[in-house]
Design a protein around this ligand. Structure first.
Ligand SMILES: [Zn+2]
Ligand SMILES: [Zn+2]
Length: 204
């Protein structure tokens, strides 16, 4: 049979709406399922909420993971690594290195080396972390000062640089160029030079 001409199709009555009413699948609910869903709207909302509640911990974790720094990520990996080792009996859980408490967590200096860790109770782990952070801040401040000294030194004639370097190396407690006491002495030498040559200096 040849297809009907277009204008004839236009004459067709609109399709009758089927009485397609699906019941909500929730036991005891008499509502109508949402199009494409198993539940009515209130039941669907409740089901989503229940699912979220059941998986809240994992969801929060995932949300947090999005904002993690590399360091935090490394710590998590290390923690998982150690947990597996402990579970398989390849690693004995220690006691807190400070107070001998058996309730411990592993703590890393470098989480990229997961088995190189120390055990601390929660309290001492926090103290340890705070001390490490303070240490990092301090060495950052020290580096900033060193950069300042370096920059000031670079503006001086090479023979003066050499002289100040040698002066710093002769200082007490300097073991090698670039150690902490070297920088301390270099800074002093530089201050002395500034005072000698200009009657004042910018490090005072
Ligand atoms: Zn329902
Ligand atoms: Zn402790």
């Amino acid at each position: 049979m040849p297809p009907a001409p277009i204008d004839e199709l236009d004459e067709l009555p609109p399709p009758r709406a089927l009485p397609l009413r699906r019941r909500c699948s929730k036991r005891g609910c008499r509502g109508t399922a949402r199009p494409g869903g198993r539940y009515c709207r209130p039941c669907a909302t409740a089901a989503t909420r229940a699912w979220r509640d059941r998986h809240r911990a994992r969801l929060t974790e995932r949300e947090r993971a999005r904002n993690w720094s590399d360091e935090q990520r490394a710590v998590r990996t290390a923690r998982a690594y150690v947990a597996v080792y402990v579970r398989r009996g390849k690693l004995a859980k220690g006691r807190c290195a400070v107070c001998n408490d058996p309730d411990v967590q592993p703590t890393w200096r470098d989480p990229k080396r997961p088995l190189d860790m120390e055990w601390f109770c929660p309290q001492h782990a926090v103290e340890r972390r705070e001390a490490a952070d303070a240490g990092a801040r301090e060495s950052a401040a020290l580096r900033a000062v060193n950069e300042e000294v370096k920059a000031a030194l670079a503006l001086l004639p090479p023979e003066v640089q050499r002289e100040l370097h040698e002066q710093a190396m002769r200082g007490l407690l300097v073991r090698r160029a670039g150690d902490m006491m070297y920088w301390w002495n270099l800074r002093r030498a530089l201050q002395g030079y500034e005072i000698r040559t200009s009657g004042g200096g910018f490090f005072l």
